[in-house]
Design a protein around this ligand. Structure first.
Ligand SMILES: Nc1nc2c(ncn2[C@@H]2O[C@H](COP(=O)(O)OP(=O)(O)OP(=O)(O)O)[C@@H](O)[C@H]2O)c(=O)[nH]1
Ligand SMILES: [Mg+2]
Length: 627
């Protein structure tokens, strides 16, 4: 909002206000139509929608040199609203009668110099009655249908024109001045517009009051209780003034001063009412009332914005994130267990795979020996699918013939998800929401993103995590670190060298023995044992090495499982943390940004309101407003 310039002394104060109100209206409209995480309650939204309409209405009404003051007569049926307007007009312009209700459509009494298209659209479609009285040139008097008859459409018509009112002339009569519907409407409207009061049928109040409290005093007492210390209250006999005008034969042209209604009861104040409307509400007062109306609208806008402002959940978000660590760790452990269970039937395949991978580094004789042994040992693992009578894991993933960790992991994750994980996801989301609630995080803003997080493609993520962890475990097994690395290096060295060296030595020994021809032993005896010795020795070395490898670099499922489990659990916890962890803080940040937006709007509103307050005229309008 740009700073509003102080108006030059003679410049119309309210006209300067018009563009500022339009700016606020545009800002509010954009904010209402914009996307938001923090939901607006139906009532707040409706109230703010109403404020945008009122802002535009006020801006349009002020976009003139001499704004029009709209005075609306409001009250129950039969209190004499139409009679009062007729009396003020000095002739029959609104139908008044004893049939209830009488008035069906509002009657707009306005100066002929005002072009109808300058009237607010809510008034333009009413019955328009122009006049030529200069004293009422800047004012528009509106007679309205009753607010309390059985015909509800009457009240709707009143409520349609009521927002246009700058001043409400609340009309009552001796039997009807404090009925619930009228009083509620007054209470609802009193913060938005100026109120003056008329106690019509004063003749009956004076003569028929009986022993109870006089209606005017009763009304004054109730108004005082509402903060109206010195309300403007006129006691009138509208009918008497109508009769007098008709009797004078001048009708509307009859100046009130010249009329002498017969039998006016004491304290009758119709002339004062007319005087106030004509002279009391001069330009200064009109500006003050208009300014005050705008001020009250802005104040309400600030209140509604405060109600619509999202809470600052930054601290609650930090607490929630911490509180979520426990459930997420438990979830990771449980999910790991579920995933491991799907691997269980494939122990043999996995061991086989790891063994083959681990033994790839052995070459030569040792390599050949291990290859042969593994083929024999794990023949069941590969045969299982081919031989019909061998037991097969039920509901299991088909282990690929040629090992493909990622395909295998995907299949396992798929089965695990089908079995349990999908249900766990929903339960986890609920559990996290309960935790968040306990930390004071507003669930209405958290439920959707948490649910969205629970619908992340977890199968895919689990599959990826399993496959990566399998690779890591495999890598660690084939390329160990720490002491295992030295053990493996020594064993590798031995495996590479010991068998061929043993073989060469055994063959050497055999040759030595076979060709060791001497005088004592001219024809050496070569037995089968000597012939088989190199083979046995090599085999023995191979077996010893194999035993050493099995003992020192074991590749049992139970060990792979342990390692796999701890790594997978850590990995899944990380995964869950990554997806769920930032949700509260992200939502809090979003709400904070929305909060700043509301604060900006409220700040701009406040700025205009303060500007207006500073320049409000000290006109005598305070009685029209309660505290
Ligand atoms: N005794 C007495 N009767 C009055 C006075 N003013 C109006 N009346 C009568 O009260 C009756 C109702 O008057 P209206 O002006 O039609 O009342 P209204 O408030 O416009 O009623 P709706 O149009 O139904 O809402 C009429 O018969 C009037 O003659 C008054 O000052 N004293
Ligand atoms: Mg009427």
């Amino acid at each position: 909002m740009t700073d509003l310039p102080p108006p030059p002394p003679e410049a119309p104060l309210l006209r300067t206000l018009s563009p500022a109100l339009l700016g606020l209206e545009r800002g509010l409209r954009a904010w209402l139509d914009g996307p938001r995480r923090y939901p607006l309650s139906t009532m707040t939204r409706a109230a703010l929608e109403g404020v945008t309409v009122d802002l535009r209405r006020q801006a349009d009404a002020l976009e003139v040199d001499r704004p029009l003051l709209v005075v609306i007569l409001m009250g129950g049926t039969g209190v004499g609203k139409s009679s009062l307007l007729n009396a003020l007009a000095g002739g029959t312009i609104a139908r008044a009668s004893f049939t209830r209700p009488t008035t069906r459509d509002p009657v707009v009494y306005y100066h002929e110099s005002v072009k109808p298209d300058r009237l607010d659209s809510a008034l333009r479609h009413c019955r328009l009655v122009p006049h030529d009285r200069p004293s009422l040139a800047q004012k528009i008097l509106v007679d309205t249908p009753d607010l309390d008859s059985n015909d509800l459409s009457n009240r709707e018509k009143l409520l349609h024109v009521l927002p246009v009112a700058d001043v409400v002339l609340y009309v009552g009569s001796q039997e009807k001045y404090h009925d619930d519907i009228g009083w509620q409407l007054f209470l609802q409207q009193r913060r938005r517009r100026a109120f003056a009061f008329v106690m019509n049928k004063w003749d009956r109040c004076v003569h028929g009051a009986g022993s109870g409290m006089r209606p005017d005093e009763d009304l004054l007492r109730d108004l005082k209780a509402e903060g109206f210390e010195n309300p403007l209250l006129f006691r009138t006999c509208a009918q008497a003034w109508i009769d007098a005008a008709q009797a004078s034969g001048e009708g509307a042209a009859a100046p009130v001063a010249r009329l002498t209604p017969a039998n006016l009861p004491e304290g009758e104040q119709f002339a004062e009412l007319l005087q106030w409307l004509e002279m009391g509400l001069n330009r200064l007062e009109i500006e003050a009332i208009k300014a005050r109306g705008v001020g009250q609208l802005l104040q309400q806008m600030e209140e509604y914005l405060a109600a619509a402002s999202p809470p600052d959940l930054t601290e609650a978000a930090t607490r929630t994130r911490k509180a979520w660590a426990g459930p997420l760790a438990e979830e990771a452990a449980a999910t790991t267990e579920v995933l491991l269970n799907t691997l269980e039937p494939y122990q043999a395949e996995i061991e086989h795979h790891f063994t083959v991978e681990g033994q790839r580094r052995f070459r030569g004789i040792m390599g050949g020996y291990l290859h042969l042994i593994n083929r024999t040992k794990y023949v069941g693992a590969s045969l299982r699918d081919k031989v019909p009578f061998l037991p097969k894991p039920r509901d299991g993933a088909a282990a690929p013939a040629s090992w493909d960790a990622s395909r295998f992991a995907r299949a396992c994750s798929e089965i695990a998800a089908n079995r349990q994980l999908d249900a766990r996801g929903k339960a986890l989301a609920n559990r996290l929401l309960v935790e968040a609630d306990a930390q004071g995080f507003a669930l209405k803003v958290l439920a959707d993103p948490v649910e969205a997080a629970s619908k992340t493609d977890w199968r895919q993520r689990y599959a990826l995590a399993m496959s990566e962890v399998l690779h890591q475990v495999e890598k660690q097994r084939t390329e160990p670190t720490g002491p295992r690395r030295y053990v493996q290096a020594v064993l590798g060295f031995l495996a590479d060298w010991a068998p061929p060296v043993a073989l060469v030595c055994a063959i050497g020994y055999f040759l030595l023995k076979a060709f060791n021809v001497s005088q004592q032993n001219p024809a050496p005896q070569i037995g089968w044992l000597d012939l088989a010795l190199p083979l046995f020795v090599t085999l023995a070395i191979l077996v010893i090495l194999h035993v050493l490898i099995a003992l020192l670099l074991p590749l049992r499922w139970s060990q792979i499982r342990g390692e796999f489990k701890s790594r997978l659990e850590k990995r899944l916890q990380q995964e869950l943390e990554n997806v769920y962890g930032p949700v509260p803080e992200d939502v809090a940040a979003l709400l904070l940004a929305e909060r700043r937006q509301v604060e900006k709007l409220a700040g701009e509103t406040h700025e205009v309101a303060s500007w207006l307050h500073l320049r409000e005229q000290s006109a005598s309008v305070t009685g029209l407003y309660g505290k």
